[in-house]
Design a protein around this ligand. Structure first.
Ligand SMILES: CC(C)(COP(=O)(O)OP(=O)(O)OC[C@H]1O[C@@H](n2cnc3c(N)ncnc32)[C@H](O)[C@@H]1OP(=O)(O)O)[C@@H](O)C(=O)NCCC(=O)NCCS
Length: 139
C-alpha cells in the first residue's frame, strides 16, 4: 500500500507545513514545539513510495482521561479524496477505544464540510443541548 498511518509525533516544521499547505491557519514555531510535546496522541500519514514523506496528520489533545479534543486533521491537497482522512480518523478512533476511559468527553470543531468525515466515526452535533464556542486571541 502506498500510504501508512503511524502513531508518531511530527516535527514542528512538518506540523506547520501540513497545516498551512492544507489550508489551515499557521502556528508559530514556538507554539508548535510546545503544543506537539503536549499531544495525547499523534497520527501521521506517510507516503511510502516517496521517502516516507508525511502527507497528513491528526492529533488528540487534552488531559488524556476526562476531556480530549480531536485537532489538526489535515491531508495535503494532492493526496485528498483517497481515503486518508478516514485512515487518520480510524487510527485516532482505535486509540480512543484502547486508551481513553468510557467517560471521556471527546469533542471537536468541524470546519466546512469536514463534519461529514467525523460523522462516519460517530461524532454527533451537540446543538441544541450545547453550543460550541471559541475565544480567538487574534484573527
Ligand atoms: C478534511 C480532510 C482531512 C479530508 O481528507 P480526505 O483524505 O480528502 O478524506 P477522505 O478521502 O478520507 O474522505 C472523507 C469522507 O468524508 C466525506 N466528505 C465529503 N466532503 C468532504 C469534505 N469537504 N471534507 C472532508 N470530508 C468530506 C467524503 O464523502 C468521504 O467519505 P466517502 O469516501 O464515504 O464519500 C481534507 O479535506 C483536508 O485536509 N481539508 C483541509 C483541512 C481541513 O479543513 N481539515 C478539517 C479541519 S476540521
Amino acid at each position: 500500500m502506498k500510504y501508512q498511518a503511524v502513531y508518531e509525533t511530527v516535527t514542528p516544521e512538518t506540523y506547520i507545513h501540513l497545516r498551512v499547505s492544507s489550508g489551515l491557519s499557521s502556528k508559530t514555531m514556538e507554539a508548535a514545539v510546545t503544543g506537539l510535546k503536549n499531544s495525547v496522541c499523534c497520527v501521521v500519514i506517510i507516503d511510502t513510495e516517496n521517502n516516507n514523506q508525511p502527507v497528513g496528520m491528526g492529533r488528540i489533545i487534552g488531559d488524556g482521561a476526562c476531556h480530549c479534543q480531536v485537532v489538526d486533521i489535515c491531508v495535503l491537497p494532492d493526496h485528498q479524496k483517497k481515503g486518508l482522512g478516514k485512515l487518520i480518523m480510524q487510527k485516532l478512533k482505535d486509540f480512543i477505544d484502547e486508551h481513553l476511559p468510557v467517560s471521556c468527553y471527546i469533542s471537536l470543531i468541524a470546519d466546512g464540510e469536514a463534519f461529514k468525515l467525523y460523522e462516519i466515526y460517530d461524532f454527533k452535533e451537540v446543538w441544541p443541548k450545547s453550543r460550541g464556542m471559541a475565544f480567538l486571541k487574534a484573527f
